[in-house]
Design a protein around this ligand. Structure first.
Ligand SMILES: NC(=O)c1ccc[n+]([C@@H]2O[C@H](COP(=O)([O-])OP(=O)(O)OC[C@H]3O[C@@H](n4cnc5c(N)ncnc54)[C@H](O)[C@@H]3O)[C@@H](O)[C@H]2O)c1
Ligand SMILES: O=C(O)[C@H]1O[C@H](OP(=O)(O)OP(=O)(O)OC[C@H]2O[C@@H](n3ccc(=O)[nH]c3=O)[C@H](O)[C@@H]2O)[C@H](O)[C@@H](O)[C@@H]1O
Length: 313
């Protein structure tokens, strides 16, 4: 039997990457562009300390890095359900590959997990200690069970190999430059209102979500990566809205005349969701600053430009 060292590991943890002492940040983005767009990276292409690689995380990646932000995964229900086997491979094999990379080069790795690990929660608001209420064989399982396995892999690599891990459980986040046809509710309602189409509220419309603006989320992720806590830590905005309230807010902002249409919902849609962010406040000194009413107009402006719908004078 392998002898255990004082930290409980059979082998010492990997040496931290020497890149930690580097004077400059360099960024390597790896994306297979399934839901992402090169257009969003246009301003960085050609920058001497930026590199873009078309890469699928279900294949191993050999690069030298000291921090890994592991975000790769389709996140909108329409896209993650499109090829569920690929989604679960991305979560399981993709996370294994990123952890293997972290182990080889001694990097710290952050996983963007999700509030979907709480499933259709029976506790409200959700605290990190809640184990969730997830259907393991439903149409959302490729994503929510996939992320649960990804969290398990992160902790097993941490305990078994001493890898430095960070886990964020992100709650519904939105912002400019989202794919216009992403399919998630905020982008759908804004695009529909701008196109003068009915806002498609999925029944019953009383289900709730808590929406976080993207710049707040990025700030939270950077704090988590830089701090001493493995997580999991909830990152999200506790302001909670029903989908009907969201539709009314978007109407008021963009076009009070657009109708709201109740359409069929999809199976296992969580009925309520709101993060308890006590941990993020205490451990990261983080809380979101941008309310939904402040964030929506910023997204509207970007969608107007891309859809070519100028604001009426
Ligand atoms: N936005 C949210 O509300 C939210 C909530 C919880 C968790 N998350 C997580 O945050 C991460 C980013 O989400 P997002 O909202 O920006 O979604 P997104 O779909 O806009 O971005 C996901 C990115 O991953 C890439 N990708 C997908 N599969 C890949 C693969 N196999 N190999 C390489 N790249 C791949 C896509 O092309 C895209 O650029 C995801 O892991 C998601 O699960 C997001
Ligand atoms: O925050 C999270 O953890 C997860 O949130 C999302 O899941 P979901 O909340 O279902 O996202 P949406 O598709 O935006 O749906 C939100 C609510 O809006 C409703 N909806 C959606 C789209 C639409 O056109 N109309 C509408 O009423 C849905 O029924 C649902 O109740 C995505 O699955 C993931 O990006 C993410 O991991």
């Amino acid at each position: 039997m392998a002898k255990e060292s004082s930290n409980g590991l059979s082998k010492p943890p990997p040496m931290p990457s020497p890149l930690r002492n580097s004077k400059f940040f360099q960024v390597i983005v790896a994306d297979n562009f399934f839901t992402g767009s090169k257009d969003n990276l246009r301003k960085w292409i050609g920058h001497p300390r930026f590199e873009l690689i078309r890469h699928d995380v279900t294949e191993p990646l050999l690069v030298e890095v000291d921090q890994i932000y592991h975000l790769a995964c389709p996140a909108s229900p329409i896209f993650y359900k499109y090829n569920p086997v690929k989604t679960i491979k991305t979560n399981v094999i993709g996370t294994l590959n990123m952890l293997g990379l972290a182990k080889r080069v001694g990097a710290r790795i952050l996983l963007t997990s999700t509030s979907e690990v709480y499933g259709d929660p029976l506790e409200h608001p959700q605290k990190e200690e809640y184990w969730g209420n997830v259907n393991p064989i439903g149409v959302r399982s490729c994503y929510d069970e996939g992320k649960r396995v990804a969290e398990t892999l992160m902790f097993d690599y941490h305990r078994q190999h001493g890898i430095e891990i960070r886990i964020a459980r992100i709650f519904n986040t939105y912002g400019p430059r989202m794919n216009i046809d992403d399919g998630r509710v905020v982008s759908n309602f804004i695009a529909q209102a701008l196109r003068g189409e009915s806002l498609t509220v999925q029944a019953p419309g009383t289900q709730t979500r808590s929406f976080c603006y993207v710049s707040d989320m990025v700030d939270g992720l950077i704090r988590l990566m830089g701090g001493d806590n493995t997580g999991p830590i909830n990152l999200g905005n506790p302001g909670e809205f029903t989908m009907m309230e969201l539709a009314e807010t978007v109407k008021e902002l963009i076009d009070p005349k657009v109708p709201v249409k109740i359409v069929e919902n999809t199976p296992d849609d969580p009925r309520q969701r709101k993060p308890d962010i006590t941990k993020a406040k205490e451990l990261l000194g983080w809380e979101p600053k941008i309310t939904l009413r402040q964030g929506l107009p910023l997204m509207e402006e970007d969608f107007r430009q891309r859809l070519g719908v100028p604001k009426k004078a």
